[in-house]
Write a protein that binds this ligand. Structure first.
Ligand SMILES: *Cc1c(COP(=O)(O)O)cnc(C)c1O
Length: 434
């Protein structure tokens, strides 16, 4: 499939509107007395006028009945997310972890296989390694290259899984190549687009992905104040070679048509497993989306400035950031990212503990996409449970620092980094003398 055909295939909900317009407008009704904003429906159940209505709603699940399945606040958020990713439908869930799990279960059953690229979020590594085997679903975790993915494909592979920008190595998935490999044998491509910022930096569906997930906890919520996740599906996925969808009479595909994939995600993630997003969290995330482009644009610009600043510091052993021309992934980043290269950079310091202790503005905390700049020491935290060899394979050493850049003034961040680097070298030499 050519790039142009992919773009044409995307029937956007509101293709005439730009990203920022959709971010503030979608999901809000326009009528006399309607509030200008998304209201919080803090409601558990919705009324039927007749027994027939109740029976039909339980059969079809098209409207509102019980808030574990659907709630008007959550639905408004889902419409906004669908528009911003350029998808066909979205199911919002309680966390990013819930979204990844739901996406996998929507196309895999016992006996099926997933190919995943290795630079994955730690929670996803846990799902592939610990949870899926309990259900008879196997996973091959391979390097983030089309050759490695192709070589790992099996006849029972139903899903190829990658992240737009890998964590923490900042490598870029070749989405179009992975889509072609998956589709050639009737599998789907799922992309965790958390670092792609809900379609702002990257729209994987436009490059051939079939399923996109997010941790909405990160740049979507954007203020470090709420947890959420979502699964968005595109318009052109082919399920005709997946027995989950073709078995039975009527099959799920016959019964649900184009909505089959998204229907199963809501059915599993929300209805059956109960990983439902609360209306209050949905409200906060919808509000966060209104300024996502402004925040992530600024954070990306600051991240690039800091990456260039750190690259030339003598105390720094290396900087991984796809916006740097020296990055091996700069070419792929230019192909798949727009509006910036993301808010996360990873660098090697000489004395990690001393450096972290010396920071005065930047905080140590395991989150991304906050308004504040946060650093973590992946070796002992996010990747701490992996065997040493696996940590090195993921690009993590005892000296690696991962930094999610916030909205502070860039000069304050530079000064903080510079003084902490200088102090960490001094402290380390003082300790060496004792
Ligand atoms: C944080 C994160 C997740 C998990 O999301 P939670 O909301 O913490 O469950 C998944 N993928 C990526 C890339 C993440 O950064």
């Amino acid at each position: 499939m050519s790039e142009d055909e992919r773009q044409e295939g995307q029937e956007l909900a509101h293709p005439e509107l730009g990203y920022q317009t959709q971010a503030v407008q979608i999901g809000i009704p326009r009528g006399l007395g309607d509030g200008v904003g998304i209201p919080i429906h803090q409601i558990a159940a919705f009324q039927f006028e007749t027994q027939e209505q109740g029976a039909s709603e339980f059969q079809l699940n098209t409207g509102y009945s019980y808030a574990r399945l659907q709630n008007p606040t959550v639905k408004a958020l889902e419409e906004r997310l669908t528009a911003l990713e350029g998808g066909a439908a979205t199911v919002a869930l309680s966390t990013g972890q819930a979204a990844t799990f739901t996406a996998i279960l929507s196309v895999c059953k016992s006996g099926d296989h997933v190919v995943a690229t290795s630079s994955l979020f730690g929670g996803s590594v846990g799902l592939f390694g610990n949870i899926l085997p309990l259900m008879g679903i196997s996973a091959s975790v391979v390097s983030n290259t089309p050759e490695a993915v192709q070589a790992a494909m099996q006849p029972n592979t139903r899903l190829v899984w990658a992240e737009t920008i890998g964590n923490p190595a900042a490598d870029i998935a070749d989405i179009a190549a992975y889509a072609d490999i998956a589709h050639a044998q009737g599998a789907l491509l799922g992309i965790d687009n958390t670092w792609g910022g809900v379609g702002y930096l990257c729209r994987p569906l436009a490059h051939g992905a079939d399923i996109v997930t997010h941790s909405l906890t990160k740049w979507a919520g954007g203020h470090g104040s709420v947890m959420g996740g979502c699964v968005t599906v595109g318009t052109r996925h082919d399920l005709s070679r997946n027995p989950i969808y073709t078995a039975g009479s009527p099959s799920i595909l016959e019964a649900r048509g184009e909505a089959a994939l998204s229907w199963r995600q809501r059915w599993f993630g929300a209805h059956q497993l109960g990983m439902t997003l609360s209306p209050h969290s949905a409200f906060l995330i919808a509000q966060g989306l209104e300024t996502l482009a402004l925040r992530l644009g600024r954070e990306s610009a600051t991240a690039l400035a800091l990456a260039q600043f750190l690259e030339h510091r003598p105390e720094i052993g290396g900087v991984a950031y796809p916006g740097l021309e020296s990055s091996a992934f700069h070419g792929l980043a230019q192909k798949y990212l727009h509006g910036g290269y993301g808010a996360v950079l990873t660098y090697e310091v000489q004395h990690a503990a001393e450096f972290l202790a010396a920071l005065r503005v930047i905080r140590i905390a395991p989150n991304l996409g906050d308004t504040r700049t946060l650093v973590v020491h992946p070796w002992t935290t996010t990747h701490g449970r992996l065997p040493e060899a696996a940590r090195y394979a993921a690009g993590v050493t005892p000296n690696t620092i991962r930094m999610s850049v916030g909205l502070e003034d860039v000069e304050d961040l530079k000064r903080d980094l510079a003084q902490a680097l200088a102090l960490s070298v001094v402290r380390e030499s003082e300790i060496a003398l004792i």
